[in-house]
Each structure stands twice: as structure tokens, then as C-alpha cells.
Ligand binder design. Structure first.
Ligand SMILES: [Zn+2]
Length: 72
């Protein structure tokens, strides 16, 4: 049985190297891209880690939501 997961990719550079290095007083997470330094506040979500194949990672990149096109 396989499990379907969603991953967060940096919208600035496409990197998968995204983490939450800390939280702010409002309870929102700070989300940070190690590749390009993109740094934003994230409300209402968090991250989890899982090992996936390169093919699965590429599929996630190919189906990533973009402005004007949603992913479900
Ligand atoms: Zn980035």
C-alpha cells in the first residue's frame, strides 16, 4: 500500500530543501529555503519529513500548484 503525501517546494527556486527553523509569537511558522534563502511566514500548516524516490520528487515538481492553476 502506498501513501499519498504533499510536499512543499520553494516557489522562488523549486528547491525541496525547505524547513521551519522557528516559530513566531503569533503561532505562525517561519519557513525557510536552504537553497536560495527565501524566508516567509506560514500560517496554519507545518512540515513533515519522508524519503521519496527521485521519480516521485519529479512528479511533485511537475504537478506543483502555480498562479492561476491549482493542484488537488
Ligand atoms: Zn528557494
Amino acid at each position: 500500500m502506498s501513501n499519498f503525501v504533499s510536499i512543499i517546494l520553494c516557489r522562488n527556486c523549486g528547491s525541496r530543501c525547505v524547513e521551519i527553523p522557528g516559530w513566531i509569537e503569533t503561532g505562525n511558522a517561519i519557513i525557510h529555503c536552504h537553497t536560495c534563502g527565501n524566508h516567509k511566514e506560514l500560517s496554519g500548516f507545518t512540515l513533515g519529513r519522508a524519503r521519496i524516490t527521485n521519480a516521485e520528487l519529479q512528479n511533485a515538481r511537475d504537478t506543483a500548484a502555480r498562479m492561476g492553476a491549482s493542484e488537488k
